[in-house]
Write a protein that binds this ligand. Structure first.
Ligand SMILES: Nc1nc2c(ncn2[C@@H]2O[C@H](COP(=O)(O)OP(=O)(O)OP(=O)(O)O)[C@@H](O)[C@H]2O)c(=O)[nH]1
Length: 293
């Protein structure tokens, strides 16, 4: 495509120069400078678009744009021919104005398509930076942004919220026994199960590996513990199919409610993590929580 557009530009420049020479020889009183400046503008636009590498990544848009420029060039040549040959019969609106209208229509369509294409690309990039590709859950960094907002809201309005820290039990055994692909399937299944067990306003993210984190806005400890126990139960009872195997798994959870002693979000998360490991030490497949002072 790159070579094609370069050849195209060189060809157009040659046509313009040639047309200038021919017309100037045929009729000296032609408005040579006006034609030259129009040509210059045309080539400048062409070069600008040629150098926008973003544009070249979309062949359709590139093609529509080049078609637009071609129409305008034809219209410009007809305009000059009209002047040189003093309104010959064959240069009618059809040959002079129509290519111009078509040219601008093509450029308009190309720009519209380009804006849409770029918008979709930006959305995709934002999504990639926020969403875990395996589970479809939020990533740690985006979770921290959302949790920080909740933390700040608590500081201003004392609006309660809780956090769950979750880790699948003996997950290494799943990988060892059924293979990594089945391990991945279990992670996807567990992510789905969590989404189904939580409210729309809750935020669930993959903290890393087989560890997950949940933000429960407007939720006190009592309710958060109930939610955690529900997740324990749903996970325990879930039969996950992979190839010819049926896999069951359990999860350990640490539950914490925000209170005044937490000066930073990280302190709260660290405490949730400690409670999670307490749940592991106390036999797994359970939730542990700490009552605030
Ligand atoms: N299939 C798969 N495995 C993963 C992924 N991320 C981490 N793991 C595996 O998760 C396992 C975690 O093992 P451990 O940290 O020993 O924990 P565990 O076996 O769950 O044991 P406990 O946490 O003590 O109950 C490791 O084998 C990792 O390779 C992933 O994206 N896909």
């Amino acid at each position: 495509m790159k070579r094609f557009s370069l050849v195209y530009i060189i060809l157009m420049m040659l046509i313009i120069i040639l047309a200038n020479i021919v017309f100037f020889t045929v009729k000296t009183e032609i408005d040579y400078w006006s034609f030259a400046s129009e040509s210059f503008i045309f080539i400048t636009f062409l070069l600008i678009f040629h150098n926008l590498s973003e544009l070249k990544s979309n062949n359709t848009i590139h093609f529509i744009l080049l078609a637009g420029f071609s129409f305008i060039l034809v219209s410009m040549l007809m305009d000059t021919l009209n002047e040189v040959l003093e309104h010959p019969i064959f240069i009618t609106t059809l040959f002079e104005d129509t290519p111009q209208v078509l040219g601008f229509a093509c450029i308009f369509i190309a720009i519209k398509k380009w804006v849409k294409f770029n918008g979709a690309k930006t959305t995709k990039l934002t999504e990639l930076s926020r969403i875990d590709s395996l589970t479809g859950l939020f990533l740690r960094r985006y979770f921290l942004e959302l949790a920080q907002n909740e933390f700040d809201l608590y500081a201003r309005k004392k609006q309660p919220f809780s956090i769950l820290m979750l880790d699948l039990d003996f997950f290494k055994r799943v990988n060892d026994q059924f293979g990594h692909a089945c391990g991945d399937k279990v992670l996807i299944c567990f992510a789905q199960l969590m989404k189904e067990s939580l409210r729309k306003t809750d935020v669930v993210a993959r903290w890393g590996g087989e560890e997950f984190i949940v933000l429960l806005p407007n939720t006190r400890l009592k309710e958060a513990v109930e939610i955690a126990k529900l997740i324990n139960m749903h996970t325990r009872n879930k039969k996950m199919a992979c190839e010819t195997n049926t896999i069951t798994i359990t999860v350990s959870i640490g539950v914490i409610e925000m209170h005044d002693e937490f000066e930073h979000l990280q302190t709260m998360i660290t405490q949730a993590d400690e409670l999670l490991y307490q749940a592991k030490n106390n036999g797994r497949d359970r939730s542990e929580f700490a009552l605030s002072n």
